[in-house]
Design a protein around this ligand. Structure first.
Ligand code: PLP
Length: 434
């Protein structure tokens, strides 16, 4: 067995259609590599000798040993740089276009509703989120017991794996998708199966082919973060038909409001026919409530009941629930956010093209841009000019950056700074072919 093959077998990460481990040596480390690297450091051997293990049996001797292998190698999720940190460190005024937040802020009605209940903060909130589930049930055409309100959609991503996976089982997602999918699968002890993308998008047919008897869960984001691409309702329906009933498809629709080519209602219609679907939504994006940490899932009541057993009590605050309820009613604000984003995304992309770049067509509130091997350096240069964007090396794209769509003013600042950076680098002859 070749060395790289042996290493892949030992790791709980597998890349479908074999991206070789050797490839990872020559490029920037990604979050996929962390576990392999830590195993390689110890020569793939357990840290203690056989003799010591015989003497002490299976008893752990250090805190480190208490932590299972599959968790020791797990990377921490790296969020976009906080604006306060950049301003403090560089002593500049910065704009943050790194975390796909809503630049127009929350609905004024949501802020008012949140303010009204602040005074009740001495009491625990309604852990069953009765009113929000009632409203969402009406809105989405499902029953309240098919709704689970969560601490952002991040909690749902984690709970789905904790409920369905364990060592010996498999979870599938795509390379180049939202990192917490892979982290959730690996944190459960199950094997992570990564399917390569096609043209920066999910390859749904290849994902269907990667299903094996131990597969229990598949994570998809539509539209995808960080590439911004989306699959259509009919592509998704076809995919779901090829997934066995015993495999759960987790469909993360964090950016669905911004997608013009995907039917908003499509996934609930699919869910009504095939209950092995868990649809995730968040209030962090179009509703502008990222700081409130609230989201929800639509899914089979039995699955949601199991997730409910694992969630922390009172996962969402009363303030967040009140804000979310009011945000759902402020349709004008949602519409304004969608339209502003579409207009600014178009302007940002046109500006990027004028700079000689080729952004990938986006269905979201951010743009994925291949910029060449200097992606990280370009991100750093932009930071020093007060523009925070996201170099994507950590997410597996060492030659791309992601820019969130901001206000007109923020986008102008970003385009002007990027123009300066590219010009400076071209002058130095540093910029590789884009
Ligand atoms: N899913 C995707 C695809 C995301 O990009 C994000 C955040 O950027 C989330 C989920 C997390 O959302 P939340 O703030 O609801 O936890």
């Amino acid at each position: 067995m070749a060395g790289s093959e042996k290493r892949r077998k030992r790791s709980n990460t597998e890349v479908c259609r074999g991206q070789s481990t050797e490839d990872t040596e020559s490029r920037e480390r990604t979050f996929y590599d962390t576990e392999r690297a830590s195993r390689r450091k110890s020569g793939g051997k357990p840290p203690h000798s056989k003799r010591a293990r015989r003497r002490w049996g299976t008893m752990a001797k250090t805190i480190e040993e208490l932590i299972p292998d599959y968790l020791r190698g797990l990377p921490v999720y790296v969020p976009g740089k906080p604006i306060e940190e950049v301003e403090r460190e560089l002593n500049i005024h910065a704009v943050k276009l790194a975390s796909n937040e809503n630049p127009l802020g929350p609905s004024p009605k949501a802020m008012e509703a949140a303010r009204k209940v602040l005074g009740d903060s001495n009491r625990y909130p309604d852990g069953g989120t009765y009113y929000l589930r009632q409203k969402l049930a009406e809105r989405r055409g499902v029953t309240p017991d098919e709704l689970f309100v969560s601490l952002g959609s991040s909690e749902l991503i984690d709970l789905a794996s904790r409920v369905l996976l364990r060592q010996g089982l498999e979870g599938i997602t795509s390379e180049g998708s939202y990192a917490p999918f892979s982290i959730a699968i690996r944190a459960s002890g199950a094997k992570l199966v990564l399917v390569p993308q096609r043209h920066f998008a999910f390859d749904l047919q290849a994902i269907a082919k990667a299903i094996t008897p131990p597969t229990r869960v598949i994570y998809l984001a539509n539209p995808n973060n960080p590439t911004g691409t989306a699959f259509t309702g009919s592509e998704f329906r076809e995919f779901v038909e090829s997934v066995p009933d015993g495999v759960l498809v987790v469909l993360d629709e964090a950016y669905i409001h911004y997608a013009t080519s995907v039917g908003l209602k499509d996934s609930v219609e699919v869910y009504q026919r095939r209950k092995n679907l868990l649809i995730l939504r968040t209030f962090s994006k179009v509703y502008g409530l990222a700081g409130m940490r609230i989201g929800y899932a639509i899914g089979h009541p039995e699955l949601l009941a199991a997730m409910n057993k694992l969630k922390t009590p009172f996962n969402t605050s009363g303030v967040a629930q009140a804000a979310a309820l009011a945000a759902l009613d402020d349709k004008e604000h949602v519409q304004r956010c969608i339209e502003t984003n579409a207009a600014e995304r178009k302007r940002l992309c046109e500006g990027l093209e004028k700079l000689g770049l080729q952004p990938v067509r986006s269905e979201t509130n951010f743009v994925f841009i291949p910029v060449g091997p200097e992606a990280k350096a370009i991100g750093d240069d932009l930071l020093h000019l007060g523009v925070i964007v996201r170099p994507l090396g950590w997410m597996g794209f060492s030659e791309a950056i992601r820019i969130s769509v901001g206000t007109a003013e923020e986008n102008d600042k970003c385009l002007s700074a990027l123009g300066q950076v590219l010009m400076k680098r071209a002058g130095k002859g540093e910029l590789a072919t884009r």
